[in-house]
Design a protein around this ligand. Structure first.
Ligand SMILES: NC(=O)c1ccc[n+]([C@@H]2O[C@H](COP(=O)([O-])OP(=O)(O)OC[C@H]3O[C@@H](n4cnc5c(N)ncnc54)[C@H](OP(=O)(O)O)[C@@H]3O)[C@@H](O)[C@H]2O)c1
Length: 284
């Protein structure tokens, strides 16, 4: 396989891991970072340190950018944008779909092919099994560089519309934060009775969440979390009991935020009896 030379701009926690993965996979790798010292170990491992962004863009046909945010990306690439002519710009900076689309137009004006990416991994996972990067934008560029990108993790192309990877990334992150919020509350509940949180997590919480996740395709299909097996009234009472038990354990009511929307939805327009109304107040 023909390994293309790669430039990585931005060597924060993630950019550094990306550059290290390209290097470890035998790509000639050029790096640039505002704080040059973050490249020291990469340079010791064979990477080339570009002294300017222009030099970094000139070095490789593929330019991977991983910055704090989009304003930083434009700040850094802005003056040297001309150097993108004929390059493939792979932007792995987290942002909104609108920001990704604007960056695709920006790159197009500079005659660069554009791929936007969403990294579904933390830095130590890069290049390891379980690492996934979502891409959208130029399909020809993705096809040409798929092999290069595979060294970061699974490379999943989600569509030509440049914002699609960002939308998918943010949707997955939203699910993750919802899970963390629920798990955080679960740990506070068991912690209030001195139950071993680590033992609870590995022997019950993780297997439970894993088992429950198998229901997700059904919910996605019907758009409804209620079913004949799990009627809405039953679920509403269950959620209300979580609120009540949490209150009894003197837990921070702020932790219950993730229960408000499902409880309201389950009760629906028919309204709640006095008990549930009190509980909704508690959850709010
Ligand atoms: N870390 C993760 O777990 C993770 C996971 C998935 C996705 N991501 C995404 O990866 C991207 C980078 O994250 P990170 O973890 O690498 O963040 P980070 O460690 O904070 O690094 C930020 C990068 O942006 C640069 N930067 C910030 N402000 C700048 C400025 N004003 N001018 C020039 N450069 C500037 C930093 O340069 P200096 O080194 O000079 O400060 C550094 O290269 C983000 O979009 C993030 O959402 C991260």
């Amino acid at each position: 396989v023909n390994k293309h030379d790669v430039t990585v701009v931005g060597l924060g926690a993630m950019g550094h891991a990306l550059a290290a993965a390209f290097l470890a996979n035998g790509h000639r790798t050029t790096v640039w970072n505002r704080t040059p010292g973050k490249a020291d170990d990469l340079v010791a491992g064979g990477a080339t340190r570009a002294n300017t962004v222009a030099e970094a863009l000139a070095a490789s046909p593929v330019v991977v950018v991983c910055m704090l945010d989009y304003p930083t990306l434009y700040d850094v690439l802005g003056d040297s944008g001309d150097g993108l002519d004929g390059r493939v710009l792979v932007n792995l900076t987290n942002g909104t779909p609108a920001q990704a689309r604007a960056a695709a137009d920006w790159a197009d004006k500079r005659r660069a092919e554009y791929l936007d990416g969403g990294i579904m991994a933390v830095p130590p996972m890069i290049g390891q099994p379980g690492s996934l990067v979502l891409y959208s934008g130029s399909e020809p560029a993705f096809d040409r560089h798929r092999e290069d990108l595979l060294c970061l993790g699974e490379a999943r192309y989600v569509g030509a519309e440049a914002g699609r990877a960002a939308l998918t990334d943010l949707a997955l992150l939203s699910a993750m934060y919802g899970m963390f919020a629920g798990a955080g509350h679960a740990l506070a509940m068991v912690g209030s009775e001195q139950i071993d949180r680590l033992e609870f997590t590995s022997s019950l919480l993780v297997p439970w969440l894993t088992a429950m996740s198998t229901i997700l395709p059904t919910i996605a299909d019907s758009g409804d979390s209620g079913s004949e097996d799990s009627p809405a009234d039953m679920q509403a009472v269950g959620i209300a009991n979580i609120a009540k038990a949490s209150n009894d354990q003197q837990l921070d009511p702020g932790l219950l935020g993730h229960l408000v929307a499902p409880l309201r939805e389950l009760i629906g327009p028919r309204g709640a009896g006095a008990d549930l109304t009190t509980l909704i107040e508690m959850v709010r």
